[in-house]
Design a protein around this ligand. Structure first.
Ligand SMILES: Cc1cc2nc3c(=O)[nH]c(=O)nc-3n(C[C@H](O)[C@H](O)[C@H](O)COP(=O)(O)OP(=O)(O)OC[C@H]3O[C@@H](n4cnc5c(N)ncnc54)[C@H](O)[C@@H]3O)c2cc1C
Length: 389
């Protein structure tokens, strides 16, 4: 199965008429690596029979995380849409790997935008090259969508901050070397960079999940966790703005990830519909089966165009918050339907085959994580009402 297809290539040509060959080479090479090294491992990652760590390092070695970052820090300096497309390909190869990598990259984007030059020089190159794994810690046991009500506190004392509290559902926690942590100071939510060796930093047990089982999710606990003053990212009290800005970009990428999951489920549904026979003919001959295949194909193309559109606005320096959320809401909900239809087309085998229902289980996370569909619909409507004034 080719992960980087002629359709992706054509879209690169449309979105980047002068540089598409260069971008396509990067994506085609990453796609081939994913096909050989990650896609075959995916069922084992889901079953807990393989670890993400080794193949993720190998993927970093292929330059996956370098794509959108400036050459000054060792990145490739390519457009965000090229990076988002790479995450789509990774979503096809293994969704849990794509989740782990997109969160890692979101931290790098946050550091690039809001970190000091000293923080960027020290941490960006190791993160984007994958020598250090990063984790983003915003959600708490009692505050998710309403992140402004966070209870985790950071108190300044003698040249350092003491952080107390905990963060819930944190991807890459326990494995990561760097944590971007949001905690309240007297000025409001603020953002800090923590290293895994920080005193007072602990982790809960690995959480059992419906899907995305290759990636690790844990609680992160801070007990008088000491952080040097120089690890404050940006300004005290601006953490909520930084988190929002980081999440806008991440939502484009989550949309791409879900298009990738849908693409794989759709490929399996197409193949099965051709091969499975009922009433003397392939089930692909039945109009009601064809309707599902047609709707999934429309959904995949629409989801892809939405995330590329949001990426392009971001590349052009525009306000892309609404478009990023539109792409995420649409692609994540479309993906659930695409995976559900793939199960339906497989009949009883769809319900009983791990390697098929895992696509639905993986996709199920993303109408929740990084902004629930409900909250994003509020964001979209708020922005669009403001734009229409
Ligand atoms: C596997 C996994 C990995 C994750 N990884 C990370 C990570 O790396 N870093 C991180 O910081 N977080 C992470 N999260 C947390 C995730 O982002 C949150 O779960 C998500 O933001 C929702 O928060 P919540 O779970 O507290 O739900 P809540 O905010 O409590 O929402 C519960 C329900 O209420 C609805 N709701 C809330 N407010 C409104 C409203 N105003 N109007 C209508 N409906 C509303 C929500 O849409 C939802 O349906 C992860 C979660 C999971 C499950």
């Amino acid at each position: 199965m080719a992960i980087y297809t002629a359709e992706h290539k054509q879209l690169m040509q449309m979105f980047h008429p002068t540089k598409h060959q260069e971008y396509s080479e990067v994506l085609s090479s990453l796609g081939s690596f994913m096909e050989k090294e990650i896609l075959p491992l995916s069922p084992k990652l889901d079953a807990g029979e393989a670890s993400l760590a080794g193949p993720r390092s190998a993927l970093f070695g292929q330059g996956m995380s370098l794509i959108p970052f400036p050459t000054k820090y060792g990145g490739l300096g390519l457009p965000f849409s090229v990076y988002a497309t790479a995450v789509e390909l990774l979503g096809t190869a293994d969704a849990s790997m794509a989740l782990s990598v997109e969160i890692h990259n979101a931290v790098a984007e946050g550091l690039l935008k809001f970190g000091t030059e000293a923080q960027r020089e020290r941490h960006l190159a190791p993160i984007i090259s994958g020598r250090k794994l990063a984790s983003f810690a915003l959600t708490e046991p009692a505050s998710g969508s309403d992140a402004g009500t966070m209870a985790t506190s950071a108190e300044k004392r003698a040249g350092e901050y003491s952080i107390n509290g905990s963060k819930m559902f944190i991807t890459n926690a326990g494995e990561a070397d760097i944590y971007l942590v949001f905690a309240k100071t007297s000025k409001g939510p603020s953002c800090f960079l923590l290293e895994s060796s920080s005193p007072g930093l602990k982790f809960g047990a690995e959480l059992k999940k419906l899907g995305m089982r290759g990636s690790k999710t844990r609680e992160v606990i801070f007990s008088d966790c000491r952080v040097p003053e120089g690890n404050l990212v940006g300004e005290e009290g601006r953490g909520a703005d930084y988190a929002k800005e980081i999440l806008h970009g991440a939502r484009i990428v989550v949309a791409a990830l879900n298009v990738g999951i849908s693409q794989l489920a759709y490929g399996k549904a197409l193949a099965y519909a051709r091969q499975r026979r009922a009433f003397g003919r392939p089930i692909a001959d039945f109009q009601l089966v064809r309707e599902k295949l047609a709707d999934t194909k429309i959904g995949i193309n629409a989801g892809r165009l939405l995330y590329l559109y949001a990426s392009r606005i971001k590349e052009m320096g525009g306000d892309y918050a609404s478009e990023a959320s539109q792409a995420k809401v649409y692609a994540t909900e479309m993906s659930l339907k695409a995976c559900d239809d793939a199960i339906q087309i497989h009949g009883g085998y769809g319900y009983t085959t791990d390697d098929l229902h895992r696509h639905w289980r993986d996709a199920r996370l993303l109408t929740i994580g990084e902004g629930t569909s409900e909250v994003l619909r509020m964001l979209i409507s708020r922005r669009e009402l403001a734009r229409s004034q």
